[in-house]
Design a protein around this ligand. Structure first.
Ligand code: AMP
Length: 226
């Protein structure tokens, strides 16, 4: 059975992680956040972990080769679940490298759709400043729109909810958004060639966006038909 891949791209705070988790809860999709994989790698006691943490905290991207390796190692582990790539690829080079692997393994992978979450800067700063993330499982909450049941505790795993280091500095948020805005036009052009892109207006409420995604993917009875 082919592994179905869906890509969610957007500025930090544009809601892609939240939507990926909604599809996980509803349809057992597998959200694969490269940011979360890197934060997990960063907990190890290695030189590479130190370098990853340095880049994340500075609001910079890790290398295209490292992220390819980390992302596809994780993709390989997933069986029988549609995978949502949350925040990958983030450069044209990453998109090209990932596509090379997909093209070489057409019997194994199918890229179904690329969703681009669009949100203007003031709104995303406001959202990120109210965002807390579970230290253990990476689940994301918003203290205004998507509160945990118990203050400071993850509903899913009981882990501790924290502010991400790279979310606490306005400069880091702005830098990440600037990098995103610089890279995204080329990535969109790359996927537009195959008619794969769909733009999401992230100002809309969570339920409407969720419905829009399901409509595009034509999800019915746990199966997508795109
Ligand atoms: P996120 O959790 O998606 O906001 O990602 C947090 C940080 O991880 C980013 O600011 C980057 O430093 C790094 N990161 C995540 N995904 C990628 C990627 N695809 N390429 C390079 N760096 C990434």
């Amino acid at each position: 059975m082919k592994k179905e891949l869906i890509i969610f791209l957007g500025s930090p705070g544009s809601g892609k992680g939240t939507q990926a988790n909604m599809l996980k809860e509803e349809f057992d999709y597998y959200p694969l956040s490269t940011g979360q994989l890197l934060r997990d790698e960063g907990k190890k006691d290695t030189e590479e972990a130190k370098e990853i943490n340095r880049l994340i905290n500075a609001g910079l991207l890790v290398s295209d080769e490292l992220i390819l390796d980390i992302a596809f190692k994780e993709i390989e582990k997933v069986e029988n679940q549609t995978i949502i790539l949350d925040g990958y690829p983030r450069t044209l080079k990453q998109a090209e490298l990932a596509q090379q692997i997909i093209d070489k393994n057409l019997d194994k992978f199918i890229l179904k759709k690329v969703f681009i979450f669009d949100l203007e800067e003031t709104a995303l700063i406001y959202r990120i400043r109210n965002r807390v993330t579970c230290d253990k499982c990476g689940k994301v909450y918003n203290l205004i729109t998507k509160k945990p049941e118990k203050v400071g505790v993850c509903d899913a795993c009981g882990g501790k909810l924290m502010n991400r280091v790279d979310d606490s500095e306005i400069d880091s948020i702005l830098k990440r958004n600037r990098i995103y805005k610089t890279n995204i036009p080329d990535i969109i052009s790359f996927y537009e060639k195959n008619n794969l892109t769909f733009l999401i207006d992230s100002v809309k409420d969570l339920k409407s966006i969720n419905q829009e995604i399901k409509n595009v993917l034509k999800i019915t009875n746990n199966k997508s038909e795109v």
